[in-house]
Design a protein. Structure first.
Length: 266
């Protein structure tokens, strides 16, 4: 507890016990669940209240020599990115930018502040932890954006194959019942029917975004058919229950021509 109090005071927190022991004990316990520290002969490991996209906490290593502190994420951001399937090249590109903007260093593996005084330790820890988390989050977002673009490209190509006599409009603007203009991956216009197709990936933002636009469009008086196209229905897991209610059908990109034709049939 003394170590925790010292860390919090160093970070600018002043713990004044004026609300009663039972309440303050509860608050102290909550703080301990957010921040923890383990001390070793070679340095200290601090679990910060900052989370990577996976939900794991950022852990920093602090070593002290002659009153000067060295703060590093020990390559934990690099490892997180690797576990998410992000290439080293893609991560290094984003991590270098984040580190430069934050005024810290990145050596291709670790994010760190080379040397700070004890009075600046709290700030250095905050910057390294935030930068470590941001590098992973941005890298993950870039990968998701690329996957979304690729999925959309494949969808449009498939629709042009399946509906050679219909008009296929990519990135079409469509006004929902809320009067909000949505960007639809592709609209297919047949002589008597219009269908909205959305490329959906197993990504939270992709699922929620597609569901939101399709729910809004579904409330129109003469709403078009709404088809979510996925790589694999089984891989969506329980996300299928999120997207299905907003659509008229969910089909796989590899589905037969007949399946696609049935999806836009009135």
């Amino acid at each position: 507890m003394k170590r925790l109090r010292a860390l919090l005071i160093c970070s600018g927190y002043q713990m004044v016990d004026f609300i009663g022991k039972s309440n303050s004990d509860g608050i102290d316990a909550a703080i301990r669940s957010l921040i923890s520290v383990e001390h070793f002969s070679a340095g200290s490991l601090i679990t910060m209240p900052v989370l990577y996209p996976s939900g794991s906490s950022v852990v920093l290593e602090v070593t002290v020599q002659g009153g000067r502190c060295f703060v590093t994420d020990r390559g934990s951001a690099y490892l997180e990115a690797e576990l998410m399937g992000i290439s080293a090249r893609a991560f290094n590109r984003e991590a270098s930018r984040v580190a430069e903007d934050a005024g810290i260093q990145f050596n291709g593996h670790d994010m760190f502040v080379a040397e700070v005084g004890m009075d600046s330790l709290a700030g250095a820890m905050e910057v390294v932890a935030s930068s470590s988390q941001t590098a992973v989050a941005i890298s993950s977002m870039r990968i998701s954006e690329r996957v979304e673009r690729d999925a959309k490209e494949l969808l449009v190509e498939r629709l042009k194959e399946v509906y050679p006599t219909h008009e296929v409009i990519r990135d079409a603007d469509f006004i929902g019942s809320s009067n909000h203009t949505w960007k639809i991956a592709a609209l297919v216009r047949a002589p008597s029917q219009t269908a909205a197709f959305e490329a959906v990936t197993k990504n939270h933002n992709s699922i929620v975004g597609a569901a939101a636009k399709f729910h809004d469009i579904a409330r129109l008086e003469n709403s078009p058919r709404r088809i979510a196209v996925v790589t694999s229905i089984s891989s969506l897991g329980d996300y299928i229950g999120v997207i299905s209610p907003a659509t008229t059908s969910v089909i796989e990109l590899s589905a037969s021509r007949r399946k696609f034709e049935e999806s836009i049939a009135a």
